[in-house]
Design a protein around this ligand. Structure first.
Ligand code: NAI
Length: 368
């Protein structure tokens, strides 16, 4: 069978660090193993546009593997062309780059390596909060530019201690973020999720469920977004929702770029409605050179803690999601469907998870 693997190009970096597995040069460390099983592996980074390698190669591929860091968007149009496609595997977490309803309608399974990089993202979230709240970026820029002006930075620098912090999404990453924040002595840790955590988990973390999103946003000094991108989270942080946030709050988004409306974030930062925005996810990816999130600043020249999509692709995470991808392939090759239940996003024409919207929402969208 033919397997299409879509990853980013690393060039010389692939040689610098052979454990940089998530690139076209190192192919998740899977080429020899896949070929030893008698299968064909086609690897590319060329994923966008009608004449891309993905468009050409997907036509007779049975398996597509891609990462959220350099996502091949598996749209309905591509699924229609891919007559042999049986399974899409996400080497990482977050399968929104696949049109999941279209996959279900064709009985294409969608699997991901759940949990493989949740610790990596949680660390990045806490780092981004610190970078924003402490006003690190302008301070660092000052230093490398040869300057020294304490007041210019200090006038917009605060502590995490004593703040109210809330996560939209209290799953694996949301929980880990809250746990890591507890030692900073925040005023309160809150979360909003239609799937509340078990009470003992809430207690262990020391957090409180707020059933109303706007109510939570209205009291949070720092908000972090940790839910998947799906129909009801796409464009969720728009001007209207942002208007319910506390004035001068910080917003961190490592979930997906399209959860926030690009121009509404820029406007909120400019007006001072939010004091800072940071994260690593963009819409689309790679972000074009003129994407306004690259250059946006608050009125004092700070408030931007954006990076490329790196939070879930540390070297440690790459080892885990490469291994997890191999495990999913092994199950697929075996012909059994005994995947780890937590890895299943779609199977047999149905959602295997409640994280991409509630059941009612799914039934309305699955055209099968
Ligand atoms: P998870 O499935 O463990 O948790 C997601 C939670 O979000 C679930 O509890 C779900 O009920 C909740 N949720 C869904 N829709 C919601 C809504 N409208 N409002 C509030 N909560 C909602 O997933 P996990 O592992 O925590 O990952 C979450 C997301 O983070 C992924 O789907 C992915 O988009 C993103 N991610 C980003 C990475 C990066 O490198 N930047 C790496 C890994 C994940």
């Amino acid at each position: 069978m033919k397997i299409l693997l879509v990853l980013y190009d690393a060039g010389s970096h692939a040689k610098d660090e052979p454990r940089l597995l998530g690139c076209t040069e190192n192919e998740l460390g899977l080429r020899d193993w896949i070929e030893s099983q008698g299968h064909t592996l086609v690897t590319t980074s060329d994923k966008d546009g009608e004449n891309s390698t993905v468009d050409k190669e997907i036509v007779d591929a049975e398996i597509v593997i891609t990462t959220p860091f350099h996502p091949a968007y598996i749209t309905k149009e591509r699924i229609d062309k891919a007559k042999k496609l049986k399974i899409c595997i996400t080497a990482g977490v977050g399968s929104d780059h696949v049109d999941l309803d279209a996959a279900n309608a064709r009985d294409i399974a969608v699997l991901e390596v759940t949990g493989s990089n949740v610790q990596s993202v949680a660390e990045h979230v806490v780092m981004t909060m610190l970078v924003l709240v402490r006003n690190f970026v302008p301070a660092h820029e000052q230093i490398i530019e040869g300057g020294w002006n304490v007041a210019a930075v200090a006038k917009d620098s605060y502590d995490i201690e004593g703040k109210v912090i809330g996560t939209v999404g209290g799953g694996r990453i949301g929980q880990r973020v809250l746990k890591r924040l507890a030692p900073f002595n925040p005023m309160e840790l809150l979360y909003y999720d239609y799937q509340p955590m078990p009470k003992d988990v809430e207690k262990e973390i020391g957090c409180r469920h707020v059933p109303d999103l706007k109510e939570m946003l209205s009291v949070c000094d720092i908000v972090t977004i940790n839910c998947p991108l799906h129909d009801s989270t796409k464009g969720m942080f728009n001007k209207e929702l942002i208007s319910h946030m506390k004035d001068g709050a910080w917003l961190v988004n490592t979930a997906r770029g399209a959860i926030c409306v690009t121009d509404d974030i820029v406007e909120a930062l400019k007006s001072g409605k939010i004091r800072g925005y940071g994260g690593d996810v963009w819409n689309p990816q790679p972000a074009p050179k003129d994407h306004p999130w690259r250059y946006m600043r608050n009125k004092w020249g700070g408030g931007n803690a954006m990076t490329p999509h790196i939070s879930g692709t540390s070297i440690d995470a790459q080892g885990r999601y490469s291994e997890g991808t191999k495990n999913i392939l092994e199950v697929y090759f075996s012909g059994k469907q005994n995947y780890r239940p937590q890895d299943v996003i779609c199977i047999n024409g149905h959602y295997g998870t409640k994280a991409y919207g509630d059941d009612k929402e799914h039934k309305a969208h699955v055209s099968k």
